[in-house]
Every structure is written in C-alpha cells, then in structure tokens.
Ligand binder design. Structure first.
Ligand code: NAD
Length: 493
C-alpha cells in the first residue's frame, strides 16, 4: 500500500498543481467565469484538485467547436477513423496504471477492479475502431419497380454525460462508438470524479484526434449539464446516471427535440433456485453486490432465494460478506473501498435506519466504519434478511454495498417479486433446469439476463434496460443506431 500511495502521489501531483481545465477546440482553458470546484479523495477527504466549473457559455463554445469539427471528422474514411481509435486504445494501455491509480483516488473504487476497468476502456476503443469502417453500411430493399438503398450518417455533434461510479470505463463506452460513427463530442463528466476524463481527452488528442472533435467541459449537472442538453447544435444526448436525472434531461431537451439514450438505475434481482450450483451462486451474488462498492448499475441488490434453501444459502452469503476485505482503494487486497462522497454516504447510511424501521433483520454490517477508516466514507458490507417486497430496501436503488434477501416459495412468486420494482436493468438466474431458466428469462422484465453467471460483458451484445432503467441499447451495432441517422434512397427501375 505504501508503495502504491507513493505512485499515486506522482500521478496526482499535476492535478494538485494545475487543477483540471476544460478542453475546448483543442485548447485547455479555465471556465469563462474563472470559477472552480473541488474534488476530494473519498479515502481521506484530502483535496485532489480544483476543477474548472463550466457553465452555459463554456458549453456554448464547446458545442460550437464540436459543430465546426463535425464536417471534416464525418468525412474522414472509416479506415482512417479506425486508425486513430486504435491509437487512442494504445495510449490508454500505455497509461493504464496512471489511469487506474487516479481513478481509485478520485472514486474510492478498489485498484483490483480499476486496473481492469482501464484496460476495458482500451478494449472499448478497439472494438469500435474495428467497427468504424462498417458504421455507414446500409442495406438494399427491393420493391416492384423500385430499388431502395439505405445509408447511415452520423447524427452530428453529441453530448455525453457520465456518472461518478466508474467514470473512465463508462466514458470510453459512450464516446468510442460516437467517434467511430463520425460524430463529434462534448463530454460533461460527473463532478464527484472528474480526473480521468481529463486524462482521456489528452490521450485522444495525443493519438491524433483532430482538435474540436472531442471537447470536455466540467461542471455541475444543473448548469453545465443542463446547458448541454438544451444546446441547439447538440443533436443527441447519451446519458448514464440516475433515473430522475434522465427525466430532467428529457424535459430540458424537449425544445430542441433531442434524441436521448439513457442508461439509468437498477434494483436487480439474483434469483436462486434450490437445484442451482449453490456455491457458485453464493460467490456470484456476493461479487455482484459488493464489488465496485455496490456502486454499480448492474449490481444484484436483491437476493431472491427459494424457501427450502433460504436459511442455509443466506447464511453462506452472510459468512462470505463478513469476510470481505474493506480497505484503502490502493491496497491490492481491498475489495470494498470508501463510498464516493459524504452526500452519498449519508444516503446509503439512511437506508440502515429505514430498514430497521420497516422491520428487516440486519444479518451483517449495517454501519459506517470508524477507527482506521474514520477519515473516509467507509461503510461495512451489509446484508438484510427477513425483508418483504414492500420495504424500501427491496424497492429503491441504494447504490452501495447493501444486499436485501427475500424468500420465495414458487417460480411464479419469484417472478412476481422480481418484476415488482420500477427498474428493469439486469437479472441473474441460478438453476440447473434449463426449461425453467428459459421460461423465467422470458417473463423477467429486464434488458439483460445472465443465467448461472455473474455479469460477464461481451461487447457485441446489447446493453441497456427496460422500465425506469433506460431507453435504448449500447453495444455492437446498437450504439450506431443511436449515433447515426438512417436515410432511404428509392430508385425507380
Ligand atoms: P446523476 O444522475 O446524479 O448524475 C449523472 C450525471 O448527470 C452527472 O454528470 C451530473 O452532473 C449530470 N446531471 C445531473 N443533473 C443534470 C441535469 N439536470 N441535466 C444534465 N445533466 C445533469 O447520477 P450519479 O449519482 O452520478 O450516478 C449514479 C447513477 O448512475 C445510479 O442511478 C446508477 O444506477 C446509474 N448508472 C447507470 C448505469 C447504466 O449503465 N445503466 C451505469 C452506471 C451508473
């Protein structure tokens, strides 16, 4: 840990010295207002950097820069865009340690996950680099006396608004397909963890991305974010964050008829039937709620267990949860680090009182950690049992290391409980009965389902949610459906 802390100091020195500037039209600039805001480390509360606090005029400049750069970027051949995107991936790999260490200090996420997340960012760029040459491919549709040819075109400059939980990986996931499609970008990262977005835009320009193609404006949601969603030159908003922010963005974007793509919250069930491989199911359930501090949209925050095995299975999960290593994000052994911010910590802790008042039983955790952890936002991995479907801990997204176990008697009851929330992002089903697995998946209201597995992401597959968990899909060609317009040309024959 001491060695890693020293390395982190080295990576963070530039931010402490220079702060975090916006990047508009290829130039690093302070906010027009001259204002800044602070980003602090969730591990010990210390100041990491002063960040340019952009507002409407900075967004306006960035949108104009993205518009000015659009025509030539869109006109570049897919093969040329492919080359640049691969170079960006090379740049990410070359600076993967710097990215991972910076991300850990800015978000509180553990190094063991963030070093993978940095490399996954590079993979996202490689995947969409290779798809760039085919992004415009259309199809031909025959009719009597007519041949139709469809073509695809980048929609224009787009706004990308990202959350704080795994900001680097998520930014690459949204921006790589936009660039591959031929769009230009204005990125507004989350105010709680802005550091790695700055590294990313630098890497992109060092890789040869033309100036103005990718612009970065830091700031708060209610000013910079809002201005971006309302700007007439921005043709679409790709947003990852909370469901209620999604509703606000839809309202804000309505005057300019924004196309929106939303990846929102979740209250995802992991459903365990008695015939499952219970040891693997328990490991996966524990991994899917406690890794990434539970600050993960696809986390399995509800554990639905068949009644006949409920007590033994939940005891097994409780034992594993109690053993999880909580620690400094840069400690290689750490699984759970501090939560992002005191505001979020308060929210998570408030659910401990709510759960007790609603009558749930605390099996593990349930408190803020003191002692060596007192300076940071550390919360113990927590498991509630004896919960019912109507309790708030069974309905609301807590976005922390908090798992709610609920027993079920029949498959029908399990499905009813699983679907009885306003969200529908992911579901995890554990059973060795393949017919039931298929039947249950068909009935489950979720955009993504894993059977006998934790969340293992394969980039060509669609990613997104139903109900309040989102609108639209990412992944494979689906990202291009969002970032591109389809044109039909009919020829008389
Ligand atoms: P948030 O909605 O508070 O903020 C996300 C971003 O939106 C930030 O950059 C913020 O500044 C900006 N924003 C806030 N108000 C805005 C407004 N009025 N107009 C424009 N922009 C605005 O979310 P968060 O707390 O940063 O992130 C946690 C949430 O993100 C959770 O609900 C989580 O489930 C969700 N999430 C979803 C996915 C997914 O893929 N479905 C992935 C990660 C996180």
């Amino acid at each position: 840990l001491q060695q890693n802390l020293a390395r982190a100091e080295g990576y963070l020195a530039r931010f402490a010295r220079d702060g975090v500037l916006n990047h508009i039209g290829g130039v690093s600039v302070a906010a027009d207002s001259g204002e800044t805001f602070e980003t602090r480390s969730p591990a010990d509360g210390r100041l990491l950097a002063k960040v340019a606090r952009g507002g409407a005029s900075d967004i306006d400049k960035a949108a104009r820069a993205a518009k000015a750069a659009f025509r030539s970027w869109a006109a570049l051949s897919g093969a040329d865009r492919r080359k640049i995107l691969h170079k960006i991936a090379d740049g990410i790999v070359a600076r993967a340690d710097e990215i991972a260490f910076t991300e850990c200090m800015d978000t509180g996420q553990a190094l063991r996950f963030m070093s993978k997340a940095a490399l996954r960012g590079a993979e996202n760029f490689r995947f969409y680099a290779d798809k760039a040459p085919e992004a415009r491919d259309g199809q031909s549709i025959q009719a009597p006396g007519q041949v139709n040819i469809t073509t695809r075109h980048p929609i224009g400059p787009v706004g990308v608004i990202t959350p704080w939980n795994t900001p680097f990986m998520l930014s690459t996931w949204k921006i790589a397909p936009a660039l591959a499609a031929g769009c230009t970008v204005v990125h507004k990262p989350a105010e709680f963890s802005p550091l790695t977005a700055r590294l990313l835009v630098e890497i992109a320009e060092e890789a040869g991305l033309p100036k103005g193609v990718w612009n970065l404006v830091n700031g708060f949601g209610e000013d910079a974010g809002k201005a971006l969603t309302m700007h007439p030159d921005i043709k679409a908003i790709a947003f990852v964050g909370e469901s209620r922010t999604g509703s606000m963005i839809m309202r804000q974007g309505s005057d300019t008829l924004k196309r929106v793509h939303f990846e929102l919250g979740g209250k995802n069930p992991v459903v365990v039937f008695a015939d499952a491989d219970l040891e693997r199911a328990a490991d996966a359930a524990v991994f899917m709620i406690y890794s990434l501090n539970g600050e993960r949209c696809t986390s399995s925050s509800r554990l639905l267990v068949e009644e006949s095995i409920h007590d033994a299975f939940v005891a097994r999960v409780a034992e594993k949860a109690a053993r999880i290593k909580v620690g400094h994000p840069l400690d290689p052994q750490t699984v759970i680090g501090p939560l992002i911010h005191e505001v979020h910590e308060k929210k998570v802790l408030s659910y401990f009182d709510i759960a007790r008042e609603d009558g749930a039983t605390l099996a593990v955790g349930g408190q803020k950690l003191g002692g060596e952890f007192a300076g940071g936002h550390y919360v113990a991995p927590t498991l509630f049992t004896g919960a019912t479907q109507s309790m708030r801990i069974a309905q609301e997204e807590i976005f922390g290391p908090v798992l709610t176990a609920i027993p079920f008697r029949t498959e029908e009851e399990a499905l009813a409980i699983a679907n009885d929330v306003e969200y529908g992002l992911t579901g995890y089903i554990w059973t060795n009965d393949v017919t039931r697995a298929f039947r249950f998946s068909e009935g489950l209201e979720a955009g993504m389902i894993w059977v006998n597995s934790e969340n293992v992401r394969h980039l060509p597959t669609p990613f997104g949610g139903v109900k309040n968990s989102g609108i639209g899909r990412d992944g494979g060609d689906w990202s291009f459906d969002f970032y591109m317009e389809t044109k039909n040309i009919a020829f008389a024959t």
